[in-house]
Design a protein around this ligand. Structure first.
Ligand code: SF4
Length: 472
């Protein structure tokens, strides 16, 4: 593995601290390169001045991700696959969450096809301040008929601009799909030991990324990857085989780890590509849809945790999608930065003078839980989120990020005038910050009543019945 320390990157920069990149020092720019908030090209002296040519090449090599970054799709919906640097999230962070691709097939009735594509591409769920979505559509050739496949791909593209995976082992079928969709840069699934020469020609001709498939045979996979690279085809994704259960499932997971270790810890460049997993295979082992959806979800979770870079799935039912979405969200947040909301005064519903004002921290999970517990009970309220660097109430009370003075200052900064804005000038503290109540009333000069709310925001509705409006 390459050493990606700021100092190592700094050595390849001009070290003049000229400020042309917007940073005050080259070291700050180097730190930005590691965090991927800056790009090499933004150091214009390095790019423009010939004397830095060698350094530029060296820097590009160092900052390139350990696992190759593959782009699928075009425009706003384009998705990055792979591009990771570390084996485990806690070693730094993961950068590119693995897209979920849901399948449609070329034997579907047109109305059902359109309905499913619409369902996939409009699926969304608001979770901790962000919309989670399904990202791709996998078009499967079931009929084996190139014309039917082309027509299905065309209909999908007329219905959505989501990136596609074109799935068939028959080069004629793939060609028919690519003639329709190549411009939108679909991922081709797949080249295998029988068809690789014809598929290689296709992906070269249409300039699209391709999956190399050699289930349970890492030597064959490595050999195919080396061959494709030597042909100038390097936008590769690897299919190691996804067994839905039993000993073979264990082998699938072991192979996934072996490949990632080889790429990330041993620096084996010839195998350093993103890996696709097919939890959809759960559907080929049972006719019971509930059981299949359950296993598909379990397989998805297992492969996401192990670092699969793209997953093909079938069940779009909430009980199957939601757990995997939440798991993926949490693994692909940056552990170095807690998920935060903007500090300041927020409102829920149509607030009036009679509405209460709750205090919480700007840790996103806390904030959105409080907001949801208030909104779902039809309570109109203000929520002051205090800037605690995204730390929750209990930890920030203990760690000193949440203090009585900070609460008072936050209301001052928001320009909130309790006397004119509230019929009952007061704030509701989280139960876990109860110890601040006396000091807070002093700091507010006795003009704001400090109420202690519940420790669990799920009890806000019950608390309101007992405590609001406040007694004089
Ligand atoms: S533009 Fe380049 S040389 Fe100038 S400060 Fe930024 S990193 Fe350093």
């Amino acid at each position: 593995m390459k050493e990606k320390s700021p100092l190592n990157l700094y050595k390849q920069l001009p070290q003049t601290n000229c400020g042309k990149c917007g940073e005050q020092t080259c070291m700050a720019f180097a730190a930005g390169l590691i965090a991927r908030t800056r790009k090499v090209e933004e150091c214009t002296p390095l790019v423009d001045e010939k004397k830095y040519a060698k350094k530029l090449d060296a820097l590009k090599t160092i900052v390139a991700p350990e696992i190759r970054l593959v782009y699928v799709g075009t425009g706003e919906k384009q998705f990055k696959v792979g591009g990771e640097d570390v084996m485990y999230r806690h070693l730094m962070t993961f950068f590119n969450k693995p897209p979920f691709a849901y399948d449609v097939a070329d034997n579907m009735d047109e109305a059902k096809l359109v309905e499913r594509v619409k369902k996939i591409s409009t699926w969304r769920k608001f979770y901790i301040g962000k919309w989670e979505r399904i990202e791709m559509i996998a078009v499967r050739s079931v009929t084996g008929d190139p014309a039917k496949f082309a027509s299905c791909v065309k209909k999908v593209q007329e219905t959505t601009d989501y990136p596609l995976i074109l799935c068939s082992f028959d080069p004629k079928v793939l060609k028919a799909g690519l003639e329709v969709a190549a411009k939108s840069r679909p991922l081709v699934y797949a080249a295998n030991k029988d068809n690789w020469q014809e598929v290689a020609k296709l992906v070269h001709e249409f300039n699209v990324p391709v999956v190399l498939s050699a289930p349970f045979d890492l030597d064959a996979l490595k050999s195919m990857a080396t061959t494709f690279e030597s042909m100038g085809i390097s936008d590769l994704v690897l299919d190691i085989g996804t067994a839905p259960n039993g000993k073979k499932l264990q082998e699938s997971l072991q192979n996934l780890l072996k490949l990632r270790r080889a790429a990330l810890e041993e620096g084996q460049r010839d195998i350093a590509y993103p890996i696709i997993a097919l939890p959809i295979n759960a559907w080929f082992t049972t006719t019971d849809p509930v059981r299949a959806a359950y296993w598909e979800s379990v397989l998805t979770a297992t492969f996401v945790i192990r670092g699969a870079a793209i997953l093909v799935k079938h069940s779009i039912e909430p009980h199957s999608v939601m757990p995997d979405m939440h798991l993926r969200f949490n693994i692909y947040t940056d552990p170095r930065t807690p998920v935060q909301v903007k500090p300041g005064l927020h409102t829920v519903g149509t607030v009036s003078k009679e509405s209460p004002t709750f205090v919480t921290t700007n840790f996103a999970l806390t904030y959105y839980t409080v907001e949801s517990d208030i909104g779902s009970n039809n309570i109109a309220a203000r929520i002051m989120s205090i800037g605690t660097d995204g730390i929750g109430v209990q930890a920030s009370v203990a760690g000193g990020q949440l203090t009585p003075q900070k609460i008072v200052d936050s209301f001052k900064e928001a320009g909130f005038d309790f006397a004119s804005e509230m019929a009952y000038p007061s704030i509701v503290l989280p139960g876990m910050a109860a110890k601040f109540s006396g000091e807070l009333e002093d700091l507010f000069g006795g003009k704001v009543k400090v109420l202690v709310g519940p420790e669990d925001s799920g009890r806000i509705a019950g608390w309101m019945e007992q405590n609001w409006p406040p007694k004089k």
